[in-house]
Design a protein around this ligand. Structure first.
Ligand SMILES: NC(=O)c1ccc[n+]([C@@H]2O[C@H](COP(=O)([O-])OP(=O)(O)OC[C@H]3O[C@@H](n4cnc5c(N)ncnc54)[C@H](OP(=O)(O)O)[C@@H]3O)[C@@H](O)[C@H]2O)c1
Length: 292
């Protein structure tokens, strides 16, 4: 009896080892996972910061990219730099657009499809960060409205416009949320709520849009961009916050735009093809932000 059991155990080990053998297709997929040649990637808020790094990294990896933002000169600069990084020197599509305007979003999608004929990856990255005390009755609701008009509504609207196209390409929606989606910050309630909305949107849409479309967010920790240089905020306060966050981050530094871009590329790549409905923290492991 014991001999039979041992034999069955050995057989199951052999069978499970067999199941771990990679097929030629799987081997080719993992070795080419970061090759985005022939894929079309649209990144909102790609005229600076995290979006700039995302669009440039996709261009470096062979994708046809769309650079967009409100500042025409910055859109042009990023497009030129992304073209230099492209292995085939592909010229990005440039679209100057305000995500808070529905007409601009429609034009952005129309121009993308007219130029490239399809869409593989939509990165909803444009966002603003404005602070106001809840007790500031003069400004709070204004800042709340502005924040949701840029950080939330356009993400839903543009994703809706993208869905018919992404459905045809087994595409992917990736949204730049924030660690502050789940970590409240004093005076930042409008921003934190807007990012919490994006986290829930990600999880809810992932349920609706499978099996053809994946929906995920990356949730950056404090990252070195211009987002935090609000002219209304004392630069000394920003510096102090950066020092606190750096000291409390196990990896001992703030995030870089390229850190965030690498995560977006990973989620969009075939390596990420079973990642869906996830809010992925990219933050050097910080748990305590030091402000509560
Ligand atoms: N930096 C951080 O610490 C951090 C942390 C967590 C999450 N995030 C998120 O990361 C994303 C990118 O921010 P960032 O840090 O890279 O800041 P950033 O350098 O200020 O970039 C913001 C981008 O959003 C675009 N944008 C803003 N309002 C827009 C509008 N109405 N229409 C079209 N584009 C608009 C800007 O382009 P134009 O000015 O040309 O319009 C710019 O390209 C945001 O969603 C932000 O919430 C940042």
């Amino acid at each position: 009896m014991n001999a039979i059991l041992t034999l069955l155990c050995l057989l199951s080990i052999v069978l499970s080892l067999n199941a771990l053998t990679f097929s030629p297709d799987e081997i080719s997929q993992v070795t080419n996972g970061r090759n985005f040649k022939g894929r079309v990637v649209l990144v909102t808020g790609s005229s600076s910061g995290i979006g700039e790094a995302i669009v440039k990294l996709f261009s470096l990896l062979g994708a046809k990219v769309v650079v967009t933002g409100r500042r025409a000169a910055e859109v042009k600069r990023v497009a030129q730099e992304a073209q230099q990084l492209s292995p085939e020197k592909l010229k990005p599509l440039e679209v100057v657009a305000d995500v808070a305007k529905s007409d601009d979003l429609e034009r952005l999608m129309d121009e993308t499809i007219k130029t490239y004929g399809k869409l593989d990856v939509l990165v909803n990255n444009a966002g603003i960060y404005k602070i106001a005390a809840f007790s500031d009755t003069k400004n709070y609701m204004k800042i709340y409205d502005q924040t949701f008009q840029v950080n939330v509504r356009p993400v839903l609207e543009l994703s809706q416009l993208a869905v018919p196209h992404l459905g045809k390409t087994n595409g992917s929606i990736i949204t730049t949320s924030s660690r502050l989606a789940e970590h409240p910050m004093p005076y930042g309630s409008a921003y934190c709520m807007s990012k919490a909305a994006l986290d829930m949107m990600t999880k809810a849409l992932a349920l609706e849009l499978g099996p053809n479309i994946r929906v995920n967010s990356i949730n950056p920790g404090l990252t070195e961009t211009n987002l935090n240089s609000d002219p209304d905020v004392d630069p000394a306060l920003i510096k102090a916050l950066q020092t606190t966050i750096r000291n409390k981050t196990p990896l001992g530094r703030l995030g870089s735009p390229l850190d965030m871009a690498k995560a977006v590329v990973f989620v969009a790549s075939t390596d990420g093809q079973f990642i869906n409905g996830a809010n992925i923290n990219i933050d050097g492991g910080i748990k305590d932000f030091g402000f509560n």
